[in-house]
Design a binder for this molecule. Sequence first.
Ligand code: UDP
Length: 312
Amino acid sequence: MRIVITGGSGFIGSHLCERFLDDGHEVVCVDNYLTGSPKNTDHLLDHPAFSRLECNVSDGLPVEGPVDRILHFASPASPIHYMRYAMETMRVGSDAVFHCAELARQHGARLLVASTSEIYGDPLEHPQRESYWGNVNPIGPRSVYDEAKRFMETITMAYRREHGLETRIVRIFNTYGPRMQLDDGRALPNFCAQAIRGEPITVYGDGSQTRSFCYVSDLVEGIVRLLESDFPEPVNLGNPDEITIRQMVDEVLELTGSNSPVVYRELPQDDPKLRCPDIRRAKEVLGWEPKVGRREGFQKTIDYFRSVIETS
Ligand code: UDP
């Protein structure tokens, strides 16, 4: 198949490019490098089935030739990035989705869009099932991302209803692994960088908020299965092994052998207090569940961040 991946040079996008090439497909990686980096896919440039197109998918998706699958993964995704790039984030969750859907329609291709656990907001149901409609502040600082992703789901389902487009929606929970950016402000990169450098670890709030972390190879496997399934409703993909942020700090300190002190900072506005995916649907429909445990995944990611810090 010929597969177009927007945001293909981002963290998750680049792992998808690799996976589809390994599976024998042709990949067109589209990116404007706003928060992704060409470095993430430079190693694929020699692959005969790989090509890159530098463009802003919010302005259009000028891919030539046949298209069988479109995966829309372009978007700033960490809280500091989407707040810094508010306009770009809203457009890539709206204008860009129309461009992807139109290209898919022209080619009779299947469209898979990358949604997020953020559509559940600060959830009042726990763990979060796909049937939960969420608790999002529509005017808060996170809304540029949360509401754009919600609208992306709306556009996707409307194209399905109105044009019979083949669509898939994945709701991605916190994911980590190599090629995450060290300075994207997220908890794991921050804690790893701080621990490796012996700097204070910054916990926001009292650290009792929870998250659950999925290793990127598990996520990619789930996405591939969803893409080739016939299931059009949203599917949560994430690791249901939930921990508090304070617990996570202890694990990072232990695995890095660091004795960095812990300092407490103000909790950002609308920071979700609890987050954990209910993955029963993914298990039933896709036969999927995560395989990589947190210790193993954290260790691989720490090794990656260490190499980034040593070579910078
Ligand atoms: N967090 C923290 N210290 C940091 C960065 C993040 O305590 O240096 C907290 C943040 O407030 C949130 C959790 O860790 O409660 C996960 O944040 P992240 O930015 O990784 O992603 P989110 O799940 O909020 O999108």
